[in-house]
Design a protein around this ligand. Structure first.
Ligand SMILES: Nc1ncnc2c1ncn2[C@@H]1O[C@H](COP(=O)(O)OP(=O)(O)OP(=O)(O)O)[C@@H](O)[C@H]1O
Length: 258
């Protein structure tokens, strides 16, 4: 009953272990750890019943359950699967983007500045007036699903327009504004809320929504706090809190122009 055990098998085991570890991490993050443990127990029982005990009837019933169950799991965990695939794609994409930008710098720094400065000035004004705001700047990850939850605008980036949209009684002040390709694409959009446990207690839903989109995509989310007038940025799943105008400008210049 001995079988050959070569380098290919070791790589096979390492890859399966890595895959299981990633699934475990994703499920832990999405607080579905018990589901993961349940699936593992089911798979072990299935293997034991069909491979070791060779019980044909129970084995075939479990075979059927597994094939249907896979579809069920895909539906149940579509968000986690999307996130996993995004993270996988992002690794390669980072390299590609770095290569792309190293040979081809931003076409027009003036054009980038013309987009960045109205955002910075509007945020400073709104911070002074304690007007809450949430601005998401789309980059490589398309945000079409987010845009669909709000109202389409399609206007050039303009300081007064941004302030007007977030003005307290404006019909679009609730939710997030999406800026895409140097234009205000939509406002009043609903973002996914982060369930991270390590967010400072004083930060509420606006900040959680900013972190949520920064975890799910490569977008830059700018938050102006209505309570404190502080400006923060969520990017690559991390917060940069209490920013000055210069710091905000620096981050946007660096991240938007590569
Ligand atoms: N999922 C979401 N998507 C977009 N905007 C959201 C979302 N959740 C909350 N908001 C915005 O955040 C506002 C509520 O902010 P809340 O006071 O809870 O957050 P906060 O982080 O404490 O911010 P602030 O410091 O401005 O009070 C809502 O009125 C809405 O405009």
């Amino acid at each position: 009953m001995f079988f050959e055990f070569g380098i290919k098998d070791i790589i096979d085991i390492v890859l399966v272990a890595l895959m299981l570890y990633y699934i475990y991490r994703l499920m832990k993050e999405s607080r579905s750890l018990n589901v993961f443990i349940g699936i593992m127990v089911f798979v072990l029982v299935w293997l034991f019943v069909s491979q070791v005990l060779e019980m044909r009837l129970l084995g075939s019933i479990m075979d059927k359950l597994v094939s249907v169950g896979v579809i069920g799991l895909i539906v149940l965990f579509k968000e986690e699967i999307r996130k996993f695939l995004y993270q996988l794609g992002a690794h390669q994409r980072v390299k590609n983007i770095m290569q792309f930008f190293s040979s081809k710098k931003s076409k027009s720094p003036e054009e980038d500045k013309a987009t960045i400065m109205p955002i910075v000035w509007a945020c400073m004004d709104m911070a002074r007036g304690k007007i809450g705001a949430l601005i998401v700047i789309e980059r490589a990850t398309p945000l079409d699903d987010i845009v669909q939850t709000g109202e389409l605008i399609g206007a050039n980036v303009n300081k007064l327009l941004i302030e007007n949209i977030f003005f307290k009684n404006s019909p679009l002040h609730d939710g997030a504004m999406v800026i895409s390709q140097k234009r205000i694409k939509a406002a009043g959009c609903i973002l996914p809320v982060s369930h991270a446990m390590d967010i400072p207690k004083e930060l509420g839903l606006r900040h959680r929504a900013a972190l949520g989109i920064a975890q799910d995509s490569d977008a830059i989310a700018i938050i102006v706090s209505e309570e404190t007038g502080r400006i923060s940025v969520a990017i690559k799943g991390q917060f940069r809190l209490r920013l000055s105008a210069e710091e905000l400008e620096g981050i946007l210049a660096k991240e938007m122009t590569g």
